[in-house]
Design a protein around this ligand. Sequence first.
Ligand code: NAP
Length: 333
Amino acid sequence: MKQYKVGLVGATGMVGKVFVQLLAERKFPVSELRPFASDASQGKKIELNNKSWEIKTLTTNCFEGLDLVFFSSGDDISKEWGPIAVKAGAYVIDNSAAFRMDPEIPLIVPEVNWTNEILKKPCLIANPNCSTIQLVVALKPLRDSFGIEDVRVSSYQAVSGAGQAGYDELLDQTKKYPESISSQTFARQILFNCIPQIGSFDKDGFTSEEVKIMNETRKILNEPKLKVSAFTVRVPALNAHSETVWVTLSKQINEEQIHQALSGKDGLVFIKDHNQYPTALDVSGKDPVYVGRVHKDPNDLKTWMLWIVSDNIKKGAALNGIQIAEKIITAHD
Ligand SMILES: NC(=O)c1ccc[n+]([C@@H]2O[C@H](COP(=O)([O-])OP(=O)(O)OC[C@H]3O[C@@H](n4cnc5c(N)ncnc54)[C@H](OP(=O)(O)O)[C@@H]3O)[C@@H](O)[C@H]2O)c1
């Protein structure tokens, strides 16, 4: 089997660490790992396939000879260094929001909109926002079977979605309670609280996270006119995002039809028994997107209500990125 030289920018972060874990777990054929991080991590080592790989900082020509580069360090770094990695001849899979809505850049969830067409030459492929990924994995079978007209989603997002700093802030506030608590990463105390702000506000009152979910969902499903509204909330869960979703289909269907549409789909676990609903704690560390509590809205018989939960670091970021890379190497085999 062909082996690949792989770069990983942001190797020490919440997402980067899971990338390394998944490369090993999924036996991704890596002949060389080139991990990158900030000055603070330079010289530290990352273990993969019984070898130690030294962490470097980003420098001119640092991507030379690489086949694939995963970016997981934020928008500014991807914007500056992503095109440089493509120019050096690598396929780039970018976890940031920098290129997602660029019409020239594919925004991919493999179960939903993969096509080998995008692989004509080395290119940059964007990994969608974590809350968007779990939403579209559940919406796709409904769209394919019945058509969808309107999606309303409210999210309950874990602190790991704000990276290592967010995760540490909740743990730190927990340890210090009831002493005075300071908040750096979140706009308010996250311990014992819910914060209706993820990202910054636009002039219409939406946060940047909400705008990402609305725009990216339309782009991935290739439904530019689809009505999507999102309201996102940070909650004191450590990991895995939850969503309540109202989806209005193009026609009236019965319970058996929706159950059938959601069952046995790639990357999706449908739980029929209302009592067995999945929670963030249950799905943290697991690969699939979980859907439970599916029931009809009595106010509009074309509208169904769903509870969707998934690990934001795995399917919402690193796993989706690795699955894209697996598609790339399969297409080149
Ligand atoms: N967390 C999620 O649920 C999630 C989901 C989807 C997408 N994403 C996206 O994935 C990216 C990473 O998120 P994260 O949660 O892993 O954040 P994180 O835990 O804060 O990690 C950030 C990473 O970037 C590295 N970094 C910082 N400055 C750098 C520089 N100048 N050059 C190279 N590397 C640098 C850090 O290295 P040091 O350790 O040396 O500082 C660290 O490895 C972000 O774009 C985020 O939006 C995150």
